[in-house]
Design a protein around this ligand. Structure first.
Ligand code: PMP
Length: 311
């Protein structure tokens, strides 16, 4: 079995993971002033190749999040991709799928909550990773009693470390109550997303998802899924505000994200979604998605970045 991580990119170079440590006085540790990303790389058995999925899109989002927190990083998205390829080659992951965590953070040590006049740094590590939610083909979901953070509180479109306390409240309440996941409403009572994944539903042959103004993270999987639904499955996809009870009467519903991938929602607040079984749209979408991320849909090869030299 492959284990890891054995290395991290830390303070400008790749070091053994044991050496990638920060002080208890680090600003980001005290005040949540970091931003992060979450990518996956998938092993393609036939080609003996590890393909990173849409890395430049992920790194551009990290940089946008960093911009919100007044961080000036000395790296471009392309630089980050170079660092990631070096890191994955050093780890030499083969035969496994991998999760990658880039993190930019206020690295100054000391007391004083603010964003300005602070140093920042960039780190990254990668570990072997399988599924994230246990019941991928039929998750049981509830609506959280917590509300999603609003753009004027902590912007959800920035992947900000401190903001994930909100996600942690949402996830843990759902898990301790026996659910697989929770949906969370925004301040106006409309559906935002899951604790760490975007939401879609199907009604009468049309696919709906909350707009980027519903306090969601602007998901890269969301963007990918919208493309697959429209271009590969010929479906109409509408981004609009969604009411809670629309899910109760939806034909199908699902979550998507880098971590969760595509997860069918079988039940919400004790009501079966559609038949209560994974429906045809989600089934087909999952097939397409897993082929895509593994680099098996050759027409999308620009989204699959290889780690190793081809042979
Ligand atoms: N929403 C939240 C709150 C998330 O943390 C994530 C995971 N990054 C997503 C949605 C899905 O985003 P992506 O598809 O870019 O991974």
């Amino acid at each position: 079995m492959t284990t890891g991580p054995n290395y991290a990119f830390f303070q400008g170079k790749i070091v053994p993971i044991e050496e990638a440590k920060v002080s208890v006085m680090t600003h980001a540790f005290n005040y949540g002033t970091g931003v992060f990303g979450g990518l996956r790389a998938y092993w393609n058995e036939e080609e003996e190749q590890l393909y990173i999925f849409r890395p430049l899109d992920h790194f551009r989002r990290v940089l946008n999040s960093a911009k919100m927190l007044l961080m000036e990083l000395p790296y471009t998205a392309e630089d980050m991709l170079g660092i990631l390829r070096d890191l994955l080659r050093k780890e030499n992951y083969r035969g496994v799928d991998v999760y990658i965590r880039p993190l930019a953070y206020k690295s100054s040590e000391g007391i004083g909550v603010r964003l300005h006049d602070l140093e920042c740094d960039f780190t990254m590590f990668a570990l072997p990773f399988g599924s994230y939610i246990p019941n991928e083909e039929g998750s049981r979901v509830t609506f959280s009693s917590w509300a999603r953070i609003d753009d004027n509180m902590i912007p959800a479109r920035g992947k900000i470390v401190g903001a994930y306390a909100n996600s942690a409240f949402i996830k843990t309440d759902a898990a301790l109550a026996g659910y697989d996941e929770a949906l969370v409403l925004d301040q106006s009572g409309h559906i935002s997303e899951g604790s760490a994944e975007n939401f879609f539903m199907v009604r009468d042959g049309v696919v709906y998802t909350p707009p980027i103004t519903s306090n969601i993270l602007e998901g890269i999987t969301r963007r990918t899924v919208i493309h697959l639904l429209r271009e590969e499955m010929g479906m109409e996809v509408v981004e609009r505000v969604i009411d809670r009870t629309e899910v109760y009467i939806a034909d199908e519903a699902f979550f998507c994200g880098t971590g969760v991938q595509i997860v069918a929602i079988a039940e919400v607040d004790h009501r079966p979604v559609g038949t209560g079984q994974m429906g045809p749209v989600v089934r087909r979408l999952r097939e397409l998605y897993f082929d895509l991320v593994r680099g098996k849909l050759l027409r999308y090869r620009e989204w699959n970045v290889p780690v190793y030299e081809a042979h």
